[in-house]
Write a protein that binds this ligand. Structure first.
Ligand code: ADP
Length: 634
């Protein structure tokens, strides 16, 4: 029989999983139970719309059977089962996104990779040397057997199975000095694991347990009769079956939330925050939402699917209901259970369901308020949230033409040049000295460099704070916002900052008047590269500076240039600013007085290129520039 190979990525990942030092092996059980429970959900849900399927919810169950003699552990369910094709598709590939680049060299990174994918079915290989899956799909006459000993591949053969459902048979690995796999054959350990990780599963998880009881006292028992004991086995349901969100909040520990989150959403990091909500009235629902502790590996890709698990009166009707979450909160995971939704609702009608819209709106507000509360009361946590998902909030502000900016603006945080830490816009406003008219920001890749820009120095010299915006999306986001609580956002390199004194203003006017011809000549020499040359008397030690006019700043130009379809045509309107109090300005004037046109043309190029360098923009001809500097030195 031919051995089928796993997809290449799967092989690598599985290898990592089996051989990694992943300490939390025991979670394999919760993963298998979770799959079994999903399979029961699927079958039950199908039966609601297909009357020919006489499935009763009470009949669906998951069974665990350890056998010490054969060292096998079996997890079985009577859920929907898998066809041959499904076995192949679902268990023949681990990584569904084929483009992932696995960094296999480093052990500590390995753990990360496993966590990022969610361990799923393959976690069985952490404890088993051989895994056999026997499955019969609902509606199918055939049963199929999938079997694998790990990375080498798997076999797929026809087999017999009486009932619909899936059976996972694991032959456990031999114990080693450091690892005791036999404990997973111990009913006490297994019962505890179910309680710990899978208590909330809504189908009974059963196991035969060895018990002991007193034999009935014989009627003719002598005076000194000592009670006798006998052992017997009994089928026990190990889980309480109450979904976590249906339990009384005061009985739920933080560990319960964490374990639930990790089991349900395939994460191995605890969530940052749990948001629970129970409402009655216009929209009756219970929600248990989670802010993940870190960005899912595919979050900023097309593959990521947002959505909340949707339950109607305790029955899962959709695994990821996207309509429940706006895009800017797409990182939220969770469960919504509502009695107002009909059980056999189709996806299409669900989209138009007015009840669903009510729930969505109410959840949106709730999430917003919780994030805001976290910002106010748990700053450290909020900052780590911001690091993971701040980008998404910023996208939310500038997406949909800024429709949601009012909802999201107070969640923003930027790095403050003065405070040297992240601040909210409200905090910025609170610390504003009297007389400050705008919220100043600088945009670029590197905060340190931004703080050294001539205009940054000017703003800071006035005791005004400056937001250093280092993410691509920042400036687009602030431009859509325009202002916050009536204070306008001002890019320090766009347009007139209006920070000069009366004296400086006058000096600028005079210098402009006196050097009109010089400016014209410089402008001509720059051949359309700048729209305007003007005097800026606030530049202090800097001879030149570059600013831009209009809606598109130089930083935005940079960002747009990086985008695949946007290479041409998007250019900012640049203005070259000269410091009239700098010796360089004197040199320009001297060249003009001497009528040295060649020198003026060279100076124009030099100054323009310098200004570009200061802004972190590329210069068109670095070689020519270097040569020009050398000529000057000789
Ligand atoms: P995930 O559960 O995250 O999708 P898994 O690797 O655990 O990933 O499982 C892959 C797929 O195999 C599941 O999505 C499901 O379709 C199928 N599957 C796994 N276990 C079962 C089962 N007991 N019954 C039916 N289908 C199953």
């Amino acid at each position: 029989m031919a051995i089928r190979q796993f997809k290449a990525e799967s092989k690598k990942l599985m290898d990592l999983m089996i051989n990694s030092i992943y300490t939390n092996r025991e979670i394999f059980l919760r993963e298998l139970i979770s799959n079994a429970s999903d399979a029961c959900d699927k079958l039950y849900f199908k039966s609601l719309t297909d009357a020919s399927l006489a499935v009763k919810k009470e009949d669906l169950a998951i069974h665990i059977a350890p056998d010490k003699e054969s060292r096998t552990l079996v997890v079985s369910d009577n859920g929907i089962g898998m066809t041959k094709e499904e076995l192949e598709k679902n268990l023949g590939t681990i990584a569904k996104s084929g483009s992932m680049d696995f960094k296999a060299e480093n052990q500590s990174e390995n753990i990360d990779i496993i966590g990022q994918f969610g361990v799923g079915f393959y976690s069985a290989f952490m404890v088993a040397e051989k895994v056999t899956v026997i499955s019969k799909a609902q509606g199918s006459e055939e049963a199929w057997q999938w079997e694998s000993k790990g990375v080498e591949g798997y076999t797929l053969t026809a087999t017999e199975k009486e009932t619909t459902g899936t059976e996972i048979i694991m032959v456990l690995k031999a114990d080693t000095e450091n690892e005791n796999y036999s404990e997973y054959l111990d009913d006490y350990t297994l019962a505890n694991l179910v309680k710990k990780y899978s208590d909330y599963i809504r189908y009974p998880i059963t196991m035969y347990r060895e018990k002991s009881r007193q034999k009935p006292k014989p009627e003719d028992a002598p005076e000194d009769y000592k009670p006798e004991y006998e052992s017997y086995t009994e089928l026990e349901t190990l889980n309480s079956m109450v979904p976590l969100w249906k339990r009384d909040k005061k009985d739920i520990t933080p560990e319960d939330y964490n374990e639930f989150y990790k089991a349900k959403f395939n994460d191995y990091t605890d969530p940052l925050r749990v948001i629970t909500s129970k409402t009655e009235g216009t929209a009756t629902y219970t929600a248990m939402l989670f802010v993940p502790g870190r960005t899912p590996y595919d979050f900023y890709t097309k593959e990521y699917e947002k959505g909340l698990a949707l339950y109607a009166s305790g029955v899962m009707i959709m695994e990821k209901c996207a309509d429940l979450l706006p895009d800017y909160f797409s990182f939220i995971k969770g469960v919504v259970d509502s009695e107002d939704l009909s059980l056999n609702i189709s996806r299409e009608t669900l989209q138009k369901d007015s009840q669903l819209k009510l729930i969505r709106n109410s959840l949106e507000k709730k999430i917003k308020n919780e994030l805001h509360a976290m910002q106010a009361n748990e700053r450290e946590k909020y900052e780590s949230f911001w690091k993971e998902f701040g980008r998404q909030i910023k996208f939310g502000i500038y997406g949909d033409y800024g429709m949601h900016k009012d909802l999201l603006a107070d969640l923003l945080m930027f790095y403050s040049a003065k405070e040297k830490k992240l601040v909210t816009l409200d905090e910025y406003l609170e610390k504003m000295p009297e007389g400050q008219k705008a919220i100043y920001f600088a945009a670029g890749d590197d905060a340190e460099r931004l703080a050294k820009l001539p205009n940054a120095q000017l703003v800071l010299s006035k005791e005004y704070d400056l937001l250093l915006c280092t993410e691509d999306v920042d400036e687009f986001c602030l431009q859509i916002l325009q202002n916050y609580k009536e204070k306008e956002f001002k890019n320090i390199n766009s347009g007139d900052l209006g920070l000069e004194t009366e004296e400086e203003k006058k000096a600028a006017e005079t210098a402009t008047e006196e050097n009109k011809d010089l400016f014209e000549q410089l402008q001509k020499a720059l051949n359309g590269q700048v729209k305007l040359i003007k005097v800026n008397p606030t530049l202090k030690d800097h001879p030149v500076s570059l600013s831009s006019e209009g809606g598109l700043s130089m930083e935005m130009e940079k960002v747009l240039r990086k985008m695949p379809n946007n290479a041409e045509g998007m250019e900012s309107t640049k203005v070259l600013e000269l410091n009239p109090n700098h010796p360089v300005f004197e040199a320009l004037k001297a060249a003009k007085a001497a009528g040295d046109d060649d020198k003026i043309a060279k100076y124009a190029q030099l100054l323009y290129n310098q200004a570009l360098l200061i802004e972190g923009l590329p210069i068109a001809d670095p070689v020519a520039y270097a040569q020009m500097v050398c000529t000057l030195m000789q």
